[in-house]
Design a protein around this ligand. Sequence first.
Ligand code: ZN
Length: 489
Amino acid sequence: MRLFSATIATETNTFSPLPTSLDAYKESVFLRPGEHPTDAPRMCTAPLFVARRRAAAEGFTLIEGSCFAASPAGTTNRADYEFMRDEILSQLKAALPLDGVLFGLHGAMVAHGYDDVEGDVLERARAIVGADCVIGVELDPHCHLTLKRVRLADITILYKEFPHTDVVVRAEDLLTLVLRTIRKEIRPTTALYDCRQIGSYPTTLPLMRAFVDKTAAMEGRGGVLSVSIGHCFPYADVPELTGRILVITDNDKAQASRLASELGQEFIAMRGRTAPEYLECDAGISAALAFNGSPVVMADPADNAGGGAPSDNTSILRRLMERKVDNAALGPIWDPIAVRLCFDAGLDARFPLRFGGKIGPTSGQPIDATVSVTALKRDCWQSFGPTQVPLGDCAAIKVGGVEIALISNRTQALGLELFRNLGIEPTERKLVVVKSTNHFMAAFGPIAQKVIYVDSDGPLSRDYRRIGYIRVRRPIWPLDEHTLPGPLE
Ligand SMILES: [Zn+2]
């Protein structure tokens, strides 16, 4: 038995003003055969990692292809996408004959000229391997679960958890089902239900937790092989952006359709009740100032680099300055040029600096202010769980009562060192503003006396009605009140 595995993955925010080129993949995951690490998978490479570990015991040979993955940002350069795709396809051709293929994809990758990158990869792969080869795909729930890709794959499995703690477990499930299909123990039969909705569904909140637990308990019983909940990735202007339910049964189409419809309707009934509350900027600042205790941690998810935002929006900072808020810290603002200017000015310098607000209209206007340089640090870092995340050269500046962490490597607020390494002690501040959606909670949650979520005018608005969709198929909630959900397959 012969299996092939490869990865091409990123989460494309088509509204992001930061294009994604080959360099972004090289900075993140750019692994050719023979270069794959043995200690742990990298981003979406779990199917390859898991298959390698199980190959000998389960009696198959794994042919390892290339794995490419980039951090979330804007649309991928067309020539660069085709280069990576064609490399994987030529490896696939060279690996023939094959019984199975495992793709570790993200599912929300867009390249110039390709709305549905994963559908394109699968279409070309299917043409090479033929109809009898079993194709298995692992996707992030923040994907576009297009009809094309679901039809082209035999088995598609999405992570269930958000935050995504089950990437490896789902890759194990995928490999198991692919092997059972090759051995003709099962005949995967798929149904897809379109919920016609855009939303956010952290599984740490009770409603979504219960829904995921319920669907997970159905798997492996009464012919149900797999149930996946497609959340959608809201920051992409592609026709098939929507929430969908995917059910795979063992050769029972009617059962798959019935279950997908039932779960789809349950998912629809949860609309508007699955995400935390978001305040407008000024209301958030007022609530923080009125709170008797400190620090208050205020999140700015709309400018989260982890969702493809530049992390240089200035709107909250501007209001803090205008309202003369004291004893506050804010970070990170990604502005390598401002960092350079601060290094040029020197520690303790007071000088006029223009910073932030550079990359696009959703960055707001740059701030022009006389700033004090309070810290300068080369090759700075912050922690995220057991890992160190590099921040590049960093500067801390003070404007009025607000201290700001300027960074050179674009990333979201994850660890307290973002501030501490620059001499800012977050526990001693009244207000700490972090650009992040939810990952900040690991480090900042324990020190926060109160957490406030603000919906700023950054590119990842939490109010999807404010996003400038043009090509998303309508009607869809919450852009439209009345929608037409239903089965697709
Ligand atoms: Zn995701």
